[in-house]
Design a protein around this ligand. Structure first.
Ligand code: HEC
Ligand code: HEC
Ligand code: HEC
Ligand code: HEC
Length: 396
């Protein structure tokens, strides 16, 4: 009897030891394989990934990292009191992500700023749990070596794409409909978010859905504010890069097209084998591969049509910006004169907050409205209405 107990105990101990050896623990920073590791095994994907280092401008987009505040003087007023009014460059390719976040002059409140700039953040979360978020940015960015790289969409097994970011999986718990992986894999980072005030955890407020209005309501309901505008005292939210939220519900989304159909088209190498392009850039540089499977136009015609759509959004974005600047300046003067009642001030600040969210949602979205022009025009119209109502309120 005793002997049997001893054998059972022995077997249990042996199986535990075997399990510990065979089942790998969570991936740590040092386990993350860099892009170079795959250069020989997957030369086509790797070489196209290396092309993300190229920098080229298109009419409305591209990857030249020019400074927005120099290009758009109205940002000085619209972003006053926020570091985006000083240093805000157009985004460039994925391999630059880590160095660009380290070099920006904007403040980096915590290590969670690395969430979407480095694969290594996934390892940091595994090592330290959610406490990694609030750790020191400078210390943790010294440990990080990989920018956005293979691991972010494949872990250490290139092939099928996977979601590696827990902040997205948690947000998706609130969403009932299924979303194609071709949109989710990019939506890990190309979304609007904020850092939780205390824990600095990346927060994706999708409790009411992911459209612009639902995200605004939820963020405000949670009591989060990004900054207070120094000229009007309005509490404002700063939008980041809501490509996913903008794209969903668009003409192309409804036709079943996903981010990767346009941004990772199928290419053919010299041996005649096909592979997915890993050069994430303006699809207007490879219209034939991305678009002409569906569109009957020639490459030139489709670019003209696309830029017409973008041009309309661009014009309206600038008009909405000018109206908001006018409202802010008049509001500031009216505050200085001391003639506004508390109720009027409160109401006008809310109009400022609402107009700013709507305008910023289109301005910071990469794509200049192409991803969903109907949505962009609608929400810009609302931005203009809020500025107009604000002007009327303070002029009365
Ligand atoms: C129907 C094709 C199409 C789909 C689908 C699509 N895009 Fe785009 N995307 C474009 C075009 C066209 C541009 C504008 C490029 C330009 O202005 O030069 C663009 C621009 C961008 C840019 C800025 C790139 C640059 O160089 O200016 C980013 C980032 C981006 N898209 C991300 C996404 C994400 C994320 C998704 C999915 C949620 C997505 N796109 C879905 C066609 C598409
Ligand atoms: C931003 C996300 C992302 C990153 C980063 C990424 N991939 Fe991919 N990869 C994908 C997606 C999405 C597909 C599937 C494309 C499809 O099904 O059309 C894919 C497919 C592949 C495939 C399957 C064959 C093919 O070409 O479709 C291989 C191999 C691959 N990737 C290797 C790599 C390597 C190597 C790296 C790093 C140098 C890398 N990937 C980085 C998203 C990514
Ligand atoms: C892990 C986070 C992450 C994921 C996943 C990701 N991106 Fe990005 N993407 C970024 C960051 C960060 C930048 C800006 C880098 C910079 O400017 O330093 C960027 C920039 C871009 C650009 C602008 C590049 C240029 O030169 O014009 C495009 C286009 C783009 N991403 C498309 C995509 C697409 C399509 C997917 C999905 C297949 C995707 N991204 C997935 C983080 C990510
Ligand atoms: C899977 C098919 C498919 C792909 C791929 C596709 N499109 Fe489309 N596109 C459509 C459909 C369907 C419509 C709606 C009918 C129309 O307007 O032609 C549309 C509409 C458009 C419009 C008018 C949109 C608006 O907002 O008014 C433009 C511009 C356009 N596509 C450009 C592009 C570009 C550029 C690409 C490649 C980067 C592309 N499309 C890739 C199917 C596609």
């Amino acid at each position: 009897m005793k002997r049997n107990l001893f054998v059972i105990a022995f077997l249990v101990v042996v199986s535990i030891i075997l399990l510990m050896i065979l089942v790998p623990g969570p991936i740590e920073v040092d386990d993350i394989l860099p892009a170079e590791h795959w250069a020989e095994e997957y030369p086509d994907q790797y070489e196209s990934y290396q092309r993300n280092l190229e920098m080229e401008r298109t009419t409305f987009g591209g990857s030249e990292p020019y400074q927005y505040p120099e290009e758009y003087p109205f940002l000085e007023t619209l972003y006053a009191g926020n570091a985006f009014s000083q240093d805000y460059r157009r985004s460039r390719g994925h391999p630059y992500a880590l160095e660009d976040v380290i070099n920006t002059e904007r403040p980096k409140p915590a290590a969670s700023c690395l969430s979407c700039k480095s694969s290594d953040y996934v390892g940091m979360l595994n090592e330290h749990g959610s406490e990694a978020a609030a750790m020191d940015f400078d210390e943790m960015s010294e440990i990080a070596v990989n920018p956005v790289s293979c691991f972010d969409c494949h872990r250490n097994e290139p092939g099928n794409p996977v979601v590696t970011r827990t902040h997205l999986n948690e947000a998706l718990e609130h969403i009932e409909e299924g979303i194609d992986l071709g949109n989710l894999v990019c939506g890990q980072c190309h979304i609007e978010y904020y850092l939780h005030d205390d824990t600095k955890v990346v927060s994706v407020p999708w409790d009411r859905g992911y459209n612009a209005w639902a995200v605004e309501e939820e963020t405000l309901a949670r009591g989060h504010v990004d900054w207070v505008h120094p000229l009007t005292g309005a509490e404002l939210l700063k939008v980041q890069h809501p490509e996913f939220e903008t794209y969903m519900g668009s003409i192309h989304d409804r036709a079943g097209v996903t981010c990767i159909d346009c941004h990772m088209p199928e290419m053919v190498n010299e041996e005649g084998d096909t592979y997915s392009s890993h050069h994430w850039t303006s699809p207007l540089k490879h219209v034939e591969a991305s678009c002409l499977g569906c569109h009957q136009e020639t490459e030139e015609e489709l670019i003209v049509r696309t830029e017409e759509v973008q041009g309309e959004v661009y014009e309206k974005t600038n008009r909405a910006a000018e109206m908001l600047v006018e409202f802010i300046e008049e509001f500031e003067d009216a505050l200085d004169s001391g003639e506004l009642s508390d109720e009027v001030i409160e109401q006008a600040r809310e109009y400022h907050q609402r107009a700013m969210w709507r305008w910023d949602f289109v301005f910071v979205e990469n794509g200049t409205g192409f991803h969903n022009s109907a949505f962009a025009m609608e929400i810009l119209e609302e931005a203009m209405e809020y500025s107009q109502q604000g002007l009327e309120l303070i002029q009365n």
